[in-house]
Write a protein that binds this ligand. Structure first.
Ligand code: HEM
Length: 330
């Protein structure tokens, strides 16, 4: 099952419980950085693939991408402070630890996302789309008709590079570097985190669009329909990759109940199961009703509610993941 590569300095580091302040700082920082990476990346994918709406919605979502990048930057800096405190090192030396290096990637990624989002906000390139979401023509500035339907056309690589750095950073720390085949584990981790960001960020994107359209009673039905099939693929990838990583980390099924790591994983899987049940209800009951436009108003409200609750449950999953990746496997 697991191919444990002996006890490494990283294992000792992860299992050391004597530095409470440092651990607290590391976890708080990781929480911010993880939320920032998942949210920024997921919202960028949401804008590029799912969203068709108003210019003001594109700008609002890009603004949230920028805030997520800032949270990622600050969170990663707090993480480095935590690592420095745990290992009793200076900041520069802390960067020689895998966790410190990964946090530095997140800091750089966060900075690029902040720059990329603000550049994109100033020079939003938009495609004017028809009711089916097809691009009619490309516009370089806000359309004169504020209600014209548009989609975002990425105009700066900064945010993409920042998001890629953030996703890759998770393949360079935690149990990914100490358990299982190194390269395979890193690739599986990358697939897991990427799919998780598409799922989580997409839900938050739908929540933002729903809030902006609430006063107009205009539905996000088409965005919900487009997101629904993408979320299904993301869920499959998240589950397969998460199961593979579990296989790499544990020595036997007893670890699931006999170690802190295993117990956090069981809590995480239970929360994911809850999110899947809510998403399933949305996919199989609410989305078909939206497609048929039965009782549209009631269904739009129901879709918004279930999407918001699913996003909150996934936020809890992310918080549990912070404890999972920093938990002892002994
Ligand atoms: C059945 C579903 C899932 C399983 C079995 C699972 C399992 C795992 C495992 C085993 C790890 C590695 C932990 C470690 O290195 O100690 C991990 C990492 C991670 N998971 Fe999940 N997970 C699932 C769903 C999710 C979901 C839904 C999200 C977020 C929306 C998520 C977010 C993450 C993130 C961000 C990491 C990377 C942490 C890191 O490498 O530092 N996971 N997951």
């Amino acid at each position: 099952m697991s191919s444990l590569v002996g006890s490494t300095p990283l294992d000792d580091f992860l299992n050391d419980s004597s530095t409470d302040t440092g651990e607290l700082l590391e976890r708080i920082g990781l929480l911010g950085a993880m939320f920032g990476v998942l949210l920024a990346t997921g919202l960028i994918v949401f804008l590029a693939v799912v969203h068709r709406g108003r210019h003001r919605e594109v700008v609002a979502i890009l603004r949230v991408v920028g805030y997520a990048g800032a949270v990622m930057l600050v969170g990663a800096a707090v993480e480095v402070a935590g690592v420095a405190s745990i290992a009793d090192l200076g900041w520069i030396d802390a960067l020689t630890y895998p966790t410190g290096r990964a946090a530095m990637m997140r800091m750089l990624g966060g900075l690029l996302i902040v720059l990329g989002a603000s550049r994109s906000e100033q020079t939003v390139a938009l495609g004017a789309v028809d009711q089916k979401g097809r691009i009619d023509k490309v516009e370089q500035q806000a359309p004169s008709d504020a209600d014209a339907l548009v989609r975002w056309l990425p105009s700066s690589a900064f945010a993409f590079v920042g998001a890629a750095l953030g996703l890759l950073s998770f393949a360079s720390d935690g149990h990914t570097v100490s358990r299982g085949p190194r390269v395979v584990h890193a690739l599986v981790n990358l697939a897991h985190v990427s799919a998780a960001s598409v799922w989580f960020g997409g839900l938050v994107g739908l929540v933002i669009v729903g809030l902006l359209r609430r006063s107009t009673r205009e539905s996000s039905a088409r965005d919900v329909l487009r997101f629904s099939s993408i979320a299904t693929v993301a869920l499959i990838v998240v589950t397969l990759a998460g199961s593979l990583m579990t296989w790499f980390v544990i020595d036997g099924f007893g670890d699931l109940t006999g170690t802190d790591w295993g117990r956090f994983l069981l809590l995480k899987v239970a929360a994911v199961g809850t999110a899947v049940a809510i998403g399933g209800y949305n996919h199989f009951a609410v989305v078909p009703a939206l497609e048929r436009s039965d009782d549209a108003d009631a269904m739009v409200v129901r879709a918004r509610t279930t999407i918001s609750v699913e996003a909150i449950v996934l936020a809890f999953v992310v918080a549990v993941t912070v404890f999972l990746t920093t938990a002892s496997t002994n």
